[in-house]
Design a protein around this ligand. Structure first.
Ligand code: FAD
Length: 307
């Protein structure tokens, strides 16, 4: 059996693997896609000490760093189920979609999250070509340009306020009749001179010139009138979904489906730890997920030497 088995191979999983392996304990990583969300990222400019890099390059570096140690790397593998140890000091079982089972004394869950898509024409085509999901990451790319934010909940309105300070103009598109964000955020948003809000508005298409985004089409749901906005970017802010479907009833999840952890990355189940975007830790960023992964590995090690 493994001492530490890490589920997920993004920034959190990779950091956990390097930290665990450096303790000289048996470490395994099982993941669908080594690199995680960073594989889908164009430019990364906020991983401190690396002024700029590209997502796939960053993902390859994560893999190379893990391979520099004795880490059992199992890529292309989907995990279907986790069975925690039946008794204290026992082994947890991780079941793979291919039917195989892995046993480990501790498990670190780092399965990340995915942005909810609007599912309109143009969204897939122009991903990383003007369609963006992370204002902290991609906001500065649109300096001096016009963008839209789809979604008027807390994350959409926060994104719009953030972007208004960086870009020339922001249009918020909300499907419902009213913005759903907290009043204090809505008031702040409405106080900004370079923000326009369209409620009761259904995005129907993200348009482009074949290379990059050039606008957005929406339907006024009251009048059924179609409108087109000219834009350089569209931020989709309609929710981040944690990859915890297979963990329901196994570890405690928040009402958003995130794994509830404490400051040391413990879940509510002894021997099971979690880190990164899949957890309740705020701010979903690479540098944060990496730090959390390191912390989870140190906590797992701490657990091992005490049991
Ligand atoms: P993830 O990167 O999501 O990794 C999850 C891992 O778990 C993957 O290996 C996945 O295959 C695996 N997995 C999931 N479910 C299963 C399962 N059932 N079985 C097996 N394996 C599973 N952050 C920044 O700091 N800067 C940026 O510039 C930036 N740009 C971004 C651009 C885009 C387009 C996106 C989508 C995100 C961006 N982010 C950026 C956010 C950043 O990528 C995430 O915060 C970070 O990747 C989270 O790391 P993680 O390890 O927690 O999860």
């Amino acid at each position: 059996p493994y001492d530490v088995l890490i589920v997920g191979g993004g920034p959190a999983g990779a950091a956990a693997a390097v930290y665990a392996a450096r303790k000289g304990i048996r470490t395994g990583v099982v993941a669908e896609r080594i690199g995680g969300q960073t594989l889908d990222t164009l430019g990364i400019e906020n991983f401190i000490s690396v002024k700029e890099t590209e997502g796939p390059k960053f993902a390859a570096a994560l893999e190379a760093h893990m391979r520099a140690y004795e880490v059992d790397l199992m890529g292309g593998q989907k995990v279907d189920a986790l069975l925690p140890a039946a008794e204290a000091g026992g082994l947890a079982t991780v079941k793979l979609a291919n039917g195989a089972e892995l046993k480990s004394k501790t498990v670190i869950l780092t399965t990340g999250a995915r942005w909810r898509n609007v599912n309109v024409p143009g969204e897939q085509e122009y991903k990383t070509k003007g369609v963006a999901y992370c204002p902290h990451c991609d906001g500065p790319l649109f300096k001096g340009k016009k963008v839209a934010v789809i979604g008027g909940g807390n994350s959409g309105v926060e994104a719009a306020i953030d972007l208004a300070g960086v870009v020339q103009h922001v249009t918020v598109i909300e499907f419902a009749e009213q913005l759903k964000a907290d009043a204090v955020l809505v008031n702040k948003l409405k106080s900004l001179p370079n923000v326009e809000i369209h409620t009761n508005a259904q995005t129907t298409e993200i348009t482009g010139d074949g290379q990059k985004v050039n606008g957005l089409r929406y339907k006024d749901r009251a009048t059924q009138a179609e409108h087109h906005l000219e834009l350089a970017g569209v931020f989709v802010q309609i929710g981040l979904v944690p990859n915890t479907e297979f963990l329901k009833g196994v570890v405690e999840l928040s009402r958003f489906g995130e794994i509830v952890i404490d400051a040391k990355c413990h879940t509510n189940v002894p021997g099971i730890f979690a880190a990164g975007d899949v957890t309740t830790v705020p701010y979903k960023q690479i540098i944060i997920a990496s730090g959390e992964g390191a912390k989870a590995a140190l906590s797992a090690f701490d657990h091992l030497i005490r049991s």
